[in-house]
Design a protein around this ligand. Structure first.
Ligand code: ADP
Ligand code: ZN
Ligand code: ZN
Length: 734
C-alpha cells in the first residue's frame, strides 16, 4: 500500500447489527482506507469486526463524538469492489441491514476477525551439505533431524514428519537453522484435482449445446439448458468447463445440496483437472475459510457450492452454472433472504460471462424470461445413451382396494418389475410412520403443543415428533384427552410404506431414503450404494430420492401422494408438485430398459394433472403460468411479505396494522398492501405469526414502498416484543 499525503479522516463501516445503517468512525492511519477491508471497531461496550464501506471527508456526526477505528485487520481488501456493490444492491433490494449482508458474505472465521491467510505447508531442507553432523550422543534429536534431511538429499521434508521423533523437535531444529545447516520454507497448499476419466462421446444435441455456450463465453448471457432428466446436462457443463479452464478463467457451480448429491460431486472430481474446491455447510470452519480464500485469490479454478457460494469473490470468473435452477433451496429462508439465482445473474453481468441454468423442470420465472427473450434456451430433448423417456400414467385409486395406501395395481406392477429382475422406487413425500395419531373414541389427535400441527408418529423409535419445530414425546399408550386405548395411526409416511413393502415382498431388500434414515454420517451414501448396485430391489423415499440420482436398474416409479400438491395452500404448490413428479419420474429407465411411472390419484380428471402426465412439463408449466397471470402473481407481478411473530397472538397483528398504515398512507402507485392475516400455520414453535402481503406491478414500486418501512421503523409498544422481517420474492407464503 502506498502512503497518501491526504487520507480522508472518516470511514463508514458496516457492522453486523439489525440496524439499517452504517457507522462512522475516525480514521487515524497514515494510509488511505480501502473499502472492503476489515477493521476492529468499538461498538457500545464491545469490540466488533466490521467492513469499511467508504472513506469520507466529513461525517454527519460531530467529530468529537466519533470513536476511532481500533485496528485494521487486512492489508488488502477482502471483498473487491464488485462484490461490495453487489451486496449493497442486495441490501437495498431485499431490505436487509447492510452490516449483516456484508458480513454474511464472509466465512465465519473471517467474520470473527481471523487473519485471511491460507494454510501454509511448512518444510525443511538441508542447506549445507558439507556441515558436520551434530553429535549423536549429546544431541540425539538434532542428529536424527539432520539425518532425515540428509537422506532427503535437499528435497523438502514436511514438518509433520518430525513430530513422531520428538514433541520438542522444534527446539532441536533451532540450532540447525541458526548455523545455516538447515533451511525452512513455507508454501501454499493447493488442492490439485486430477481427472481420472474422459467421459462419453457427446450426442448431437449435447454438441450443439456445448458449442453455443462456448460461443457465449466472454460476455454476459443467461442460458437455460432445458434438458429432460437423464439427457446429459452434467456432461454439457463438464465439456464447457474444460474450455473455460483452458482460458484460465474460474467457474462457479451452484448445486442445491452437496450432501444429498455425492454422486454429482464424484463426477466432477473424476473429470476436472485443476484446483477444485467446494463450499457448503458440511465443511468445518477452517476448511471453509481455506476454500473461500482459494476462490477469492484466484487459485481455485472451479468452485462447487450451495447457495451462499454465490457471494464468494472470484477475480477471474468466466462461467456460472446453476444446476437444478428450479430448486427452492437456492433461496435463503431466514435472515438475509436472497435468491442465489438472481444474485448469480448480477455477478455474471459484472464479470461479463454466461450463466447456464440447467434443469428438466424450469422455474416459471425462468420460463417467463425465456418467453420475454431475456434468456436463451438450449434444449436437450433426448435422453443420453440408449435410454428412452419414461411413460407416465395416472392410477385412479377411487373405490380401489388399497393395501397400506398402495393400490393393488401398483403392487402388481411392482411384482412384475421385480420378477423381471429390475428395481422399483416408491415415492412419498412424508417421513415417519403416519402423519396423525387419532383417537377412535373422542376424535382427538395428538398435536404439537407449540405449533398448529399434528405430531407425526415415528414407529421405529416409538416417538411422536413435530416436523415443524422438532418437539418430541413418547407415543402415548392411550388417548391424551379421554384415555381410550383405541388409537389409530392415520395416513402414511416412508417408514410405514417401507414396512408394508417388506411384508408384501418378503426376501426383497428395501432401502428407505429420507432425512431420518440418513441422519448418521455415511448412512445416505450406504443407502444410495445399495440402490445403485441393485442390492436393494425396492427403494422408498421422500424428495431426497428425486435429487438427480442415477439408479441404473430402476424401471418403475410409483408416486403415492401426488394429490397433496394439487390443493396446497401456497401459490407455488402446484408448480412444485409438477417439478417433483417429473424429477422422481426421471429416476425410471435411465439406461437401456424402458421406465414406467404410476401416479396414484383421486383426481384423475384434474386438468393440471392430466396436462402434466399426457403433455409433459412444458405444457403443464404454460398452464400454471396462465393461472399466475390471471391471479397477478409472480412472475407477472412482484410480491413481498412482511412477517411478524410474537409469543402472543395480538401483537403481530397490531404491529402489522401499523406497518400497513405506514405503507398505505399515502399509497404507492401500483402497490397493493393486503392483510395482516395469520400465517398459514399461525402458531409455530410457540410463537404466533402474521403477515402482510404486498403485490406490485413493478419491481421498482415494490422496492420504493418497502423503503418507507426500513427508513421509518414502527415505534409502538408491540414492536418491542415482535420479531419481524421482510421477504422479497418469497418462495413460499408459509
Ligand atoms: P442429467 O444431468 O441431464 O440428468 P446426466 O448428465 O446425469 O443427465 O446423464 C445421465 C446419464 O447419461 C449419466 O449416467 C451419464 O454418464 C450418461 N451420459 C451423459 N451423456 C452421455 C453420452 N453422450 N453418451 C453416453 N452416456 C451419456
Ligand atoms: Zn380420545
Ligand atoms: Zn411443533
Amino acid at each position: 500500500m502506498t502512503q497518501e499525503t491526504q487520507t480522508k479522516p472518516f470511514v463508514r463501516v458496516a457492522i453486523p447489527t439489525p440496524l439499517h445503517q452504517l457507522f462512522d468512525y475516525r480514521w487515524q492511519s497514515p494510509f488511505a482506507a480501502v473499502p472492503g477491508t476489515r477493521v476492529k471497531v468499538p461498538f457500545g461496550r464491545r469490540s466488533m469486526v466490521g467492513i469499511i464501506v467508504s472513506a469520507e471527508t466529513s461525517s454527519d456526526h460531530p467529530p468529537n463524538k466519533l470513536r476511532a477505528v481500533t485496528s485494521v485487520i487486512d492489508q488488502e481488501p477482502l471483498l473487491p469492489s464488485q462484490i461490495m456493490s453487489l451486496l449493497e444492491w442486495a441490501s437495498r433490494y431485499y431490505h436487509h441491514p447492510i452490516g449483516d449482508v456484508l458480513c454474511s458474505a464472509l466465512p465465519v472465521l473471517l467474520r470473527q476477525g481471523k487473519p485471511a491467510e491460507l494454510a501454509q505447508r511448512e518444510t525443511y531442507y538441508l542447506s549445507d551439505v558439507s556441515a558436520l553432523p551434530p553429535s549423536a550422543s549429546r544431541a540425539a534429536v538434532q542428529h536424527t533431524l539432520y539425518s532425515i534431511l540428509k537422506d532427503a538429499a535437499g528435497a523438502p521434508v514436511d514438518a509433520s514428519s518430525f513430530v513422531a521423533i520428538s514433541p520438542r523437535w522444534r527446539t532441536a531444529m533451532k540450532p540447525l537453522l541458526a548455523k545455516g545447516i538447515a533451511g525452512m520454507a513455507l508454501s501454499t497448499v493447493l488442492p490439485e484435482n486430477k481427472a481420472s476419466d474422459k467421459g462419453p462421446l457427446l450426442q448431437p444435441e449435447q454438441v450443439t449445446a456445448v458449442s453455443h455456450i462456448v460461443k457465449a463465453l466472454g460476455s454476459f448471457s443467461p442460458i437455460l439448458l432445458n434438458g429432460v432428466t437423464g439427457s446429459g446436462k452434467t456432461e454439457v457443463y463438464l465439456r464447457t468447463i474444460e474450455t473455460v479452464l483452458a482460458n484460465n478463467k474460474q467457474v462457479l457451480i451452484l448445486v442445491p445440496e452437496i450432501a444429498l448429491t455425492p454422486q454429482l460431486m464424484r463426477r466432477f472430481l473424476g473429470r476436472i483437472n485443476g484446483c477444485l474446491v467446494s463450499l457448503h455447510s458440511a465443511l468445518n470452519p477452517t476448511e471453509r475459510m481455506q476454500n473461500w480464500l482459494l476462490a477469492a485469490n484466484g487459485h481455485a479454478d472451479v468452485v462447487i457450492g450451495t447457495r451462499s457460494a454465490v457471494l464468494t469473490p472470484m477475480p477471474d470468473l468466466g462461467l456460472i452454472v446453476i444446476d437444478e435452477e428450479h430448486d427452492g433451496s437456492l433461496k435463503q429462508q431466514d435472515g438475509f433472504r436472497y435468491h442465489a439465482r438472481d444474485l448469480a445473474m448480477l455477478r455474471a453481468r459484472d464479470a461479463g460471462c454466461p450463466v447456464v441454468l440447467g434443469t428438466a423442470t424450469a422455474s416459471l420465472e425462468t420460463l417467463n424470461n425465456v418467453a420475454q427473450g431475456r434468456y436463451q434456451e438450449l434444449v436437450l430433448a433426448q435422453r443420453a445413451g440408449d435410454a428412452n423417456p419414461p411413460i407416465l400414467a395416472l392410477l385412479d385409486i377411487r373405490r380401489r382396494s388399497l393395501i397400506e395406501g398402495m393400490s393393488d395395481r401398483l403392487l402388481a406392477a411392482i411384482k412384475q418389475h421385480l420378477e423381471a429382475g429390475n428395481q422399483a422406487l416408491v415415492f412419498i413425500n412424508r417421513r415417519g410412520y403416519a402423519p396423525t395419531l387419532l383417537c377412535n373414541d373422542c376424535g382427538a389427535t395428538a398435536d404439537c403443543q407449540r405449533c398448529d400441527a399434528h405430531m407425526t408418529v415415528h414407529a421405529g423409535r416409538a416417538r411422536l415428533r413435530c416436523h415443524h419445530c422438532g418437539s418430541e414425546r413418547a407415543v402415548p399408550a392411550c388417548c391424551e384427552t379421554c384415555q381410550s386405548e383405541r388409537l389409530d395411526r392415520v395416513g402414511y409416511g416412508t417408514e410405514r410404506i417401507a414396512a408394508a413393502l417388506e411384508a408384501h415382498f418378503p426376501n426383497v431388500m428395501v432401502a428407505r431414503i429420507d432425512r431420518d434414515s440418513t441422519r448418521r454420517k455415511g448412512a445416505l451414501q450406504k443407502q444410495l450404494d445399495l440402490a445403485t448396485r441393485g442390492e436393494a430391489k425396492l427403494l422408498v423415499g421422500t424428495q431426497m430420492l428425486a435429487k438427480g440420482h442415477h439408479f441404473p436398474g430402476v424401471t418403475l416409479v410409483g408416486v403415492l401422494d401426488a394429490d397433496r400438491g394439487l390443493f396446497g395452500t401456497d401459490f407455488r404448490s402446484l408448480e412444485q408438485m409438477g417439478q417433483l413428479i417429473i424429477q422422481v419420474a426421471g429416476r425410471a429407465g435411465r439406461e437401456k430398459k424402458q421406465g414406467t411411472v404410476m401416479i396414484q390419484t383421486r383426481h384423475p380428471d384434474n386438468v393440471m394433472m392430466q396436462t402434466l402426465v399426457s403433455e409433459g412439463y412444458a405444457a403443464f408449466a404454460n398452464a400454471v403460468l396462465e393461472e399466475r397471470r390471471l391471479a397477478a402473481m409472480p412472475p407477472y407481478a412482484f410480491v413481498a411479505l412482511v412477517r411478524a411473530e410474537a409469543t402472543d397472538a395480538a401483537s403481530p397483528h397490531r404491529f402489522l396494522e401499523a406497518v400497513s398504515r405506514l405503507l398505505s398512507d399515502p399509497p404507492t402507485a401500483g402497490v397493493f398492501v393486503m392483510g395482516p392475516v395469520p400465517a398459514p400455520m399461525e402458531r409455530l414453535g410457540g410463537r404466533y405469526r402474521a403477515q402482510l402481503f404486498l403485490q406490485a406491478d413493478k419491481r421498482s414500486s415494490l422496492n420504493h414502498c418497502l423503503q418507507r418501512l426500513t427508513a421509518n421503523p414502527v415505534k409502538m409498544r408491540e414492536a418491542q416484543h415482535t420479531r419481524w422481517s421482510i421477504d422479497v420474492d418469497p418462495v413460499d407464503l408459509f
